[in-house]
Design a protein around this ligand. Sequence first.
Ligand SMILES: Cc1cc2nc3c(=O)[nH]c(=O)nc-3n(C[C@H](O)[C@H](O)[C@H](O)COP(=O)(O)OP(=O)(O)OC[C@H]3O[C@@H](n4cnc5c(N)ncnc54)[C@H](O)[C@@H]3O)c2cc1C
Length: 448
Amino acid sequence: MYDLFVIGAGPGGYTAALLAAKKGLRVGIAEGARMGGTCSNTGCIPTKTYIESINLFSRITAASRFGIEAGRPVLTLGSLNKRKSRIITRLAKGVEQLLKDAAVDIYPQPAQIIDQGRLTVGDRELVTRSLIVASGSTPKKPALFGVKGIWTSDTIFDVTELPQSLAIVGGGVIGMEMAHIFSTLGCTVSIIEAMDRILPSEDPEVSAFLAKAQRKVSLHTSSQVKDIHGDGPYELTLEKPGETVTLAVEKILLCIGRAPVMPQGLERLGIEINKAGGIRVDDTMQTSIPGIYAIGDVTGEHMYAYVASKEAGVAVDHLTGGSRRMNYRNIPTIIFTDPEIASAGKNLDEIDHATARHGMFPLSALGRARTMEAHDGYAHIICAASGRIERVTIVSPHATELIGIATLAIDRGLTAEDYLGLYHPHPTLSELLKEASEDVLGLCVHKP
Ligand SMILES: Cc1cc2nc3c(=O)[nH]c(=O)nc-3n(C[C@H](O)[C@H](O)[C@H](O)COP(=O)(O)OP(=O)(O)OC[C@H]3O[C@@H](n4cnc5c(N)ncnc54)[C@H](O)[C@@H]3O)c2cc1C
């Protein structure tokens, strides 16, 4: 009998298993595919592995601007694929080793639920006091895209031949990161987005900025794919306001969101499902059935690895008698495009715009950015009338790192004045936040 059994060894599931084992529980975990889940194998890590390489490639290409004659670099999809495989294999082994060291029993097969306390993995029947469902999500693929050869994030990282042209359906975070990768590799990329702008869940100023910065990518916004002919190359029929256009491409990559994956047998429990189609949970991550928890993408909401692992902590705390509660305020978002984009704090529609105070600073006016030959970007800070920082947006190299400072400032309720009470090392990119804070107070002397 296990104290806890976990279904799925992604960032949600394996974190929960390790935390529970550290608390002395007898824990088992089943993983039907690869240790580390989507994040390590087909999500966060492969994308950022590719992006790190292509960013270095771009820097070498621009070496002469740094006073270096470096010749013409060569980068192939095959070499990226090889590097990615080395990295994700190591990470998967690392997760497995951590679980073994913590004496968690690992079952490398899919688990099926029999009833509340019983499940099967392969031909083993197991009994557990509590269960965490962390079975993640899978790319959405409507019937229209059932055509042969269409790629998703599950298959794209196994591709070794670069197509000449690629249509990416979906201009959200994943679609735009993919566009950055494939356009830098030399592929002709078209983004097809149903909403009237790319990155529709970000601030409109961010969408507009990236649309301008991604000069090599053609954008089809307010566009719906109505028909697909061929099986590679393809001809897509796009419906736009007032017109229908045809787009011929060699390959198609589908990035239109992800759907929760339910373990077999879950339906027998009569567990409640939420509006997003995921498992409904309360703020302790418990489902409608006491003793059964759901964490991560399977809840259908806030699909980030760092949310999944935070939820793991709350679920394990609750099932071991703790009082922690999950809150979804101030979740930073990060996008690894060029330039990087990150934001934190309230959504724009939660801000009192009549009294809000704004501070803006352009990257091009920052000394450190000049040394890096980086020009495209800015920081935007929005404060309440009291000066309290409510929202921060950063568009710049390393924005995905810098946002941590803003997240802390917002979480601790700092004002722009509090923030300026600190020392801000020079010359650094973090001065973007200092300058934008000064701008909130009308004290920014460097703003052009
Ligand atoms: C291209 C891409 C890029 C991304 N980039 C980022 C990023 O930069 N930052 C970020 O925070 N997030 C990113 N994400 C999202 C992130 O990968 C997910 O939010 C995260 O992996 C969710 O973790 P999880 O533990 O809920 O599920 P998963 O990581 O999906 O893991 C679930 C695991 O459960 C297993 N499983 C399913 N059913 C069963 C069963 N019945 N029995 C046993 N095992 C089962 C699956 O095989 C899988 O390994 C990205 C996603 C994609 C697709």
